[in-house]
Write a protein that binds this ligand. Structure first.
Ligand code: AMP
Ligand code: GLY
Length: 414
């Protein structure tokens, strides 16, 4: 069987690594992949957003299954295009991808189906948004409606910060059209949870629990990133689990009632306070670095799960997990999540022997592995306890060198 994976990050490297364990898979192609995937897959030079060329490639190579990583491709309608041409593809169609394309769309869905979420208002002009600030207390959260590479959520501690954020979005247009609608939202406190569900025609099959760390600095300080450390499982009380199940039921009902036929992954971001989960956001794809942390714990064959999901024969019992803990640590470039350095020579990956190393942003040039992104490498370790997994990951992280390497030192402590 030939599999095509769209994307070039750590998420796609982890998916490819897991797919490579499947006995029925003969060839794995990555578009475009990175230095890490080039060692065991065929990287092809087509961008994730060049849907026509991807389709042509998939038809030409007789690809049996395509797995989509990034949201851009999904929001552009890659699934619709592949299905129209009779190709098997795992991901939601363009209509369902609106749950990530527009935060307003998701908020309205959550409100309609009485799914707990932060109180919010949305705006399309600076003056109205500024005027309404007095209705909120601080901190508050300002979100650009559209796709902003994980940078569209700003937590403001006071009115000055809020006004300057609104100016950035509405007047300086830092997010261009993606910021033409803005959501102002109540700040929720609690523990975050990334719950990825496989979805078979609106029916949700949750994967294991996983905690992401979004802020760049220790102690959850500094600006938000795409995620710089994760661990799984993220254990919860039975009451929390019960409340999450109730929410999953409402989402399933809402999807069907709205006439969707959702297939693929629905990533639900929760904030959980005193056993009460509230939905922060939906993503319509695998998380990054959640996927790097979940794949090594997944015992079942991923291809078989995806196949069952697409055929609507998947059951919860099919998804089998190891009891071990997994912890992932992301090594990032100096400057990330703002302007960051690139092209730093990376050494020492071969000295890592107890962890998996997934490449997030790397390339090969003249025989050297170079950094090529804000997030560079994920060090993922698996052990019987979280503390042990943490120790192994941090030991292995010290074996890798590139100039101005940065990582959080508190992943797994909170
Ligand atoms: P989102 O893209 O909506 O998940 O937001 C990115 C990150 O911002 C989340 O993972 C949270 O850490 C944080 N965040 C978003 N919305 C809120 C909120 N209402 N209250 C507190 N933190 C939030
Ligand atoms: N780690 C969060 C995300 O993938 O959006």
């Amino acid at each position: 069987m030939k599999v095509l994976i769209i994307g070039n990050g750590g998420r796609e490297h982890a998916l490819a690594w897991k797919v490579s364990k499947s006995k029925i898979v003969s060839d794995i192609y990555l578009a475009r992949g990175n230095a890490g995937t080039s060692s065991f897959c065929k990287n092809i030079d087509i961008d994730a957003t060049d849907i026509d060329s991807l389709l042509e490639f998939a038809i030409d190579k007789k690809i049996d299954l395509t797995i989509v990583g990034p949201e851009d491709s999904l929001c552009m309608g890659i699934v619709d295009k592949f299905k129209e041409n009779g190709l098997k593809i795992f991901g939601p169609d363009k209509s369902c991808a609106r749950f990530e394309k527009s935060k307003k769309f998701t908020k309205e869905f959550l409100e309609k189906y009485k799914i707990p979420t932060a109180k919010y208002k949305f705006f399309t002009c600076f003056d109205d948004a500024k005027e309404s600030l007095k209705e909120f207390s601080y901190p508050l959260v300002i979100k650009a409606d559209g796709l902003c590479l994980g940078k569209g959520v700003i937590i403001c501690q006071n009115e000055n910060e809020a006004i300057s954020t609104l100016e950035d979005i509405f007047i300086k247009k830092i997010f261009k059209e993606e910021g033409s609608t803005v959501i102002i939202e109540e700040f929720l406190k609690g523990i975050e949870e990334s719950l990825l569900c496989m979805v078979a025609d609106n029916k949700l099959f949750p994967l294991e629990t996983c905690k992401d760390h979004k802020q760049i600095y220790d102690g959850n300080k500094g600006p938000n990133t795409g995620g710089v450390g994760t661990y799984s499982p993220n254990n919860f009380s039975n009451k929390t689990k019960y409340n999450i199940e109730k929410i999953l039921g409402k989402i399933e009902y809402g999807l069907s009632d709205s006439g969707f036929h959702y297939y693929g992954i629905l990533f639900i971001g929760f904030m959980i306070d005193e056993d009460e989960p509230k939905v922060l956001e939906f993503n319509v794809r695998f998380g990054d670095p959640e996927t790097e942390t979940l794949m090594p714990r997944l015992k079942s064959d991923l291809i078989s799960l995806i196949d069952k999901c697409l055929n609507k024969t998947l059951t919860r019992e099919d998804i089998i997990w190891s009891d071990d803990y997994c912890l992932s640590l992301i090594l990032v470039s100096d400057g990330y999540p703002s302007k960051y350095e690139k092209n730093k020579v990376i050494s020492g990956i071969e000295r890592v022997n107890n962890s998996l190393v997934f490449h997030n942003g790397t390339k090969i040039k003249d025989g050297y592995i170079l950094s090529d992104g804000g997030r560079v490498l994920t060090i993922c370790s698996k052990a019987k306890s979280l503390q042990e997994a943490r120790k192994i990951a941090y030991d292995d992280c010290n074996r890798i060198y590139f100039e101005n390497k940065y990582y959080r030192t508190d992943i797994g402590l909170n």
